[in-house]
Design a protein around this ligand. Structure first.
Ligand SMILES: NC(=O)c1ccc[n+]([C@@H]2O[C@H](COP(=O)([O-])OP(=O)(O)OC[C@H]3O[C@@H](n4cnc5c(N)ncnc54)[C@H](OP(=O)(O)O)[C@@H]3O)[C@@H](O)[C@H]2O)c1
Length: 262
C-alpha cells in the first residue's frame, strides 16, 4: 500500500525545510512526496536533492481547478494512503488595505484559506488513523493586524479551521495541527509589496529558523497536537492576546513595533 505526503509551497523556505525533513524520515517511511508550487524548475531542483521520489505538481493554488487536479491524481492511484498533508504555500501583502491591489488580497484569501480547505476535503478520503494535516498559520493570526488585515484574518481562519477540524476528526485518529511561526528569513519577505516595512518589523521581533519550525511542527503533528507555536516569545504573546482586550493588546503591540494607525 503506497504511502505519501503532500506538501504545498515545497519549493522554498519552510516548505523546503519540511520536505527535506520528511525525506530524512521525520514522519516515517514515505514512498513518495507530492510537492506543489508554481515553478516547475524549483520543484525539479528539489527532487534532485532528495532520496525519496518526488512527484511535482506545478500548480498555482489560487486558480480554481488547481486542487481538483490533485484530487484527480489521487483518484488515479490504487490503495494509496496519505500519511500527511502540509498546507504551507503562502505569501503576505503588507500595507494599508486600500493600497494593496484587490487581486493581491483575493489571491491571499484563495491561497491561505480556500486552498487548504479544498485540499483537506479532497485528501481526507485517503487518510487513515494516524494520518495528519499540518496547516501553516502565523503569529500574525493571534490578533487582527492593521496594515496586514487580510493576511492576519486569513491566518486566523486557518488556525480556527484547523482546531475545529482536529476536534471533529480526533475520534477517528486523524489530527490537524496549526503551526504559528514568527518571522523567518525566507523569500516570503521579498513578496510583501513593502519589503522594507516587513524587514523592519521582522528585525524588531526577530527571526526563527525554518528548519527549527519544521522540526517542531512535525513533532507536534506526530503527537497529534492541535497547536504548535515554536517560539517561546510568541507563546507569551499568544497567552497575552487571550487575556487582554483587543484595543489594549493592539496598542501594546504597536508600541513594541514602533507603529501608529494615524
Ligand atoms: N517567512 C515568514 O516570516 C513567515 C512567518 C509566518 C508564517 N509564514 C508562512 O509560512 C508559509 C511558507 O512561507 P515561507 O516563509 O517559506 O515563504 P517562501 O519561501 O516565499 O515560500 C512560499 C512557497 O509557496 C509557494 N507558492 C506561493 N504562491 C503560490 C501559489 N499561488 N500556488 C502554489 N504555490 C505557491 C512558493 O513557490 P512558487 O513561487 O514556485 O509558487 C513557495 O514554495 C506561508 O504560508 C507563510 O504565510 C511565513
Amino acid at each position: 500500500m503506497p504511502t505519501i505526503a503532500i506538501v504545498t509551497g515545497a519549493s522554498s523556505g519552510l516548505g523546503a525545510a519540511f520536505t527535506h525533513q520528511l525525506d530524512k524520515g521525520a514522519f516515517g517511511r514515505l514512498d513518495e512526496i507530492w510537492a506543489v508550487a508554481r515553478h516547475a524548475d524549483k520543484l525539479e531542483a528539489l527532487a534532485q536533492s532528495l532520496s525519496t521520489p518526488l512527484r511535482p505538481f506545478a500548480l498555482d493554488l489560487t486558480q480554481e481547478d488547481a486542487c481538483e487536479q490533485i484530487a484527480h491524481a489521487l483518484a488515479q492511484e490504487t490503495n494509496l494512503t496519505v500519511a500527511l498533508l502540509i498546507n504551507n504555500a503562502g505569501f503576505g501583502a503588507f500595507g494599508r488595505f486600500s493600497s494593496v491591489p484587490l487581486e493581491h488580497n483575493a489571491a491571499m484569501v484563495r491561497l491561505l484559506a480556500l486552498a487548504p480547505v479544498e485540499l483537506s476535503y479532497h485528501v481526507l478520503p485517503y487518510m487513515l488513523a494516524g494520518s495528519r494535516i499540518l496547516n501553516v498559520s502565523s503569529a500574525a493570526a493571534f490578533m487582527p493586524q492593521p496594515r496586514l488585515s487580510v493576511y492576519s484574518a486569513a491566518k486566523r481562519f486557518i488556525l480556527d479551521f484547523s482546531r475545529a477540524l482536529d476536534a471533529e476528526l480526533g475520534g477517528v485518529g486523524i489530527h490537524v495541527t496549526a503551526v504559528c511561526p514568527r518571522f523567518m528569513q525566507t523569500a516570503f519577505l521579498d513578496h510583501t509589496l513593502d519589503s522594507a516595512e516587513a524587514m523592519r518589523m521582522a528585525r524588531l521581533t526577530g527571526f526563527e529558523k525554518p528548519e527549527r519550525v519544521a522540526a517542531k511542527a512535525l513533532r507536534a503533528a506526530r503527537l497529534g497536537r492541535a497547536l504548535c507555536i515554536p517560539s517561546p516569545y510568541m507563546r507569551t504573546l499568544y497567552a497575552a492576546t487571550k487575556i487582554l482586550p483587543y484595543p489594549i493588546a493592539l496598542s501594546l503591540e504597536q508600541a513594541v513595533m514602533g507603529r501608529s494607525n494615524s
